[in-house]
Write a protein of this length. Structure first.
Length: 583
């Protein structure tokens, strides 16, 4: 029995070499991903059934008195049976492919064993498909595992030959021969079959880890490449950015050459073939056009498909990667190789990952750019809604002064021109310094003093060191204007407006207060948050100021209104003290 065990272990080594080759077949990898349906079940049944037949041929013929270690046994005598590893392929098929694959592989291997004859042909031929079916059902208890662990496979593998030995003892005869042969082959078959099944599952796990490690490395490589060339491509497809991207790609991908194009022409070509693949050349050919319009990665495996007319061009193959931005293809990245055989699965996976990463990041960048443009347009619209109100009132005053005091009307016109020029300059930016905003306010007050010389006075108190803080342009002037037209409307004289700009805990606090009529309680909670109706306008000015403060300086910059106990109104807001260079 010891010699038989050693010989079966030697045959097991041959069988596991065959198993190692199987784990490298792409079709076999699909079984591991559980891509099982009727068609593939037949294919997998045949594959594992053939593996079971190979295990049969790797067996040893045993009779009551001796055993014969010979290959290619086509038939057995009535007193012989074969100690084999048939169950290895069948059990593995059931564990990986489920009951249908286990049964199918078992039928194929069982029919083969039955055809070889011998006193145990019927029980062995019957036990093999039953064992495969049971292995498939047992695998369902471990369906959460991609591949069953070797220790569990070892345990399951022990029962497979035990079931077969039981069938032989029950259905074979004569009893003396059966008992003698089972005593000889029982333990060696249990050991070799269970160990073979455990080693086979270990091989599968190793193959999977290699595949996952390779995929992880290629994914990391694609991320690295995308991260390095994205800053260039985000600046737009120009000859300069394309050249930088092509140089990075050739170094990282190890391609013979790399070209970057837009939809019309080559922008950059780096590497072999640079003497005739020139920047500025128009791109043409069916393959290029198909990638540009379909947005799918394509391979070109000869010079003619790549539309190169140079006979001695060293570039014989390429992968064309589309550059997508916002759902449309804006250009191509061409990875050139000297031979078609150099384009393997790794290069294709890298190209696919690179295409997806670049396209997603460029689309996100485009989305952010569009959001920024929309926000900027919205802020410009809000700013534009404020100044016409002041402009029309001032023009009406100038018309009145033209009849009463032409000299003063002339002075007011000059001041208005100064204010508007400064206003246009400031509103070209989303943020300006507090110093610039105060200059803008002073130009406004010069005009207001002419219109309301006797009605009120404006006092300003500004702490040192706040001039460089950033604020949305046209913020303070509408608030002062609101106090004049609403708070002091019913005060012909004695009105006062005080502006305080102070530093408090890393913030610049603005406080504007007046001694006017105050704000009705019904409007106080809504002021600044929604446009409010008024007799003199639609109340859009304060609302727009609040919108711009919250949009550009955050929710902490929101306007806060409250009434003074002694009469009048106070509005406050805060902005960060530090100057932000990015603004």
């Amino acid at each position: 029995m010891d010699n038989l065990t050693i010989m079966l272990i030697e045959r097991m080594g041959i069988l596991l070499t065959f198993a190692f080759i199987i784990t490298r077949i792409p079709l076999f990898r699909q079984v591991l991903d559980r891509e099982i349906h009727v068609g593939t079940s037949i294919v997998y049944s045949v594959m594992f059934g053939l593996f079971g037949i190979a295990g049969t041929y790797a067996g040893i013929v045993v009779n009551e008195q001796s055993y014969m270690p010979a290959f290619w046994i086509f038939s057995l005598d009535e007193e012989e049976m074969i100690a084999n590893s048939t169950l290895v392929g069948v059990v593995i098929g059931g564990l990986l492919g489920g009951p249908l694959v286990g049964l199918g592989a078992g039928v194929i291997a069982g029919v083969h064993v039955y055809g070889m004859g011998g006193f145990a042909a019927v029980p062995v031929g019957l036990s093999i498909p039953i064992t495969g079916l049971l292995a498939g059902y047992v695998a369902r208890f471990f369906s959460q595992e991609r591949v069953i662990s070797p220790s569990k496979a070892l345990f399951i593998g022990m029962f497979a030959p035990v079931i077969q030995m039981s069938f032989i003892l029950i259905f074979s005869g004569p009893p003396e021969l059966v008992r003698t042969v089972v005593n000889v082959v029982g333990i060696p078959m249990v050991l070799t079959n269970s160990i073979s099944i455990a080693i086979f599952t270990t091989m599968i796990q190793i193959a999977l880890k290699e595949e996952e490690r390779t995929a992880a490395l290629e994914a990391e490589r694609a991320f690295t490449i995308a991260e390095r060339i994205l800053p260039h491509l985000k600046m737009g497809l120009t000859p300069q950015t394309a050249q930088a991207a092509a140089l990075l790609l050739q170094h990282e991908v190890n391609a013979a050459a790399v070209a970057v194009t837009n939809r019309e022409q080559i922008l950059a070509h780096v590497g072999a073939g640079g003497d005739h693949h020139l920047p500025g050349d128009a791109i043409h050919g069916e393959l290029n056009m198909r990638v540009l319009y379909s947005g799918a990665i394509e391979k070109g495996l000869n010079r003619e498909v790549l539309s190169c007319t140079k006979k001695n061009c060293p570039l014989q193959a390429a992968i064309l990667v589309p550059i997508r931005e916002g759902g449309s293809v804006v250009g191509l990245i061409k990875l050139y190789f000297r031979r078609p055989q150099q384009i393997g699965k790794v290069q294709e996976a890298l190209a696919k990952g690179l295409s997806n990463l670049l396209s997603n990041q460029l689309t996100l960048a485009l989305t952010e750019k569009m959001k920024s443009l929309m926000k900027d347009a919205e802020l410009r619209m809000l700013q534009a809604q404020i100044h016409p109100h002041f402009l029309f009132n001032t023009l009406n005053s100038i018309v009145t002064l033209t009849r009463i005091d032409p000299q003063l009307a002339r002075h007011m016109t000059i001041q208005l021109g100064t204010f508007m020029r400064l206003n246009l300059k400031l509103t070209s930016s989303q943020l300006v310094t507090v110093g610039q905003e105060l200059d803008h306010l002073n130009a406004y007050l010069e005009i207001i003093k002419i219109r309301f010389s006797e009605q009120f006075a404006v006092h300003c108190h500004v702490d040192e060191g706040v001039e460089e803080a950033l604020i949305p342009p046209g913020t303070i002037q509408p608030l002062i204007e609101n106090s004049i037209h609403h708070g002091l409307r019913d005060m012909p004289t004695g009105g006062e407006i005080t502006l305080r700009v102070t530093k408090e805990s890393g913030l610049v606090k603005f406080t504007i207060e007046d001694n006017g009529a105050g704000i009705p309680q019904a409007k106080l909670a809504r002021l600044g948050k929604v446009p409010t109706e008024s007799k003199d306008g639609n109340g859009i000015g304060v609302h727009n100021v609040n919108q711009r403060l919250v949009s550009l300086r955050g929710p902490d910059a929101e306007l806060i209104y409250f009434n003074r106990p002694e009469g009048g109104c106070v509005v406050t807001f805060c902005i960060p003290l530090q100057k932000e260079e990015s603004a």
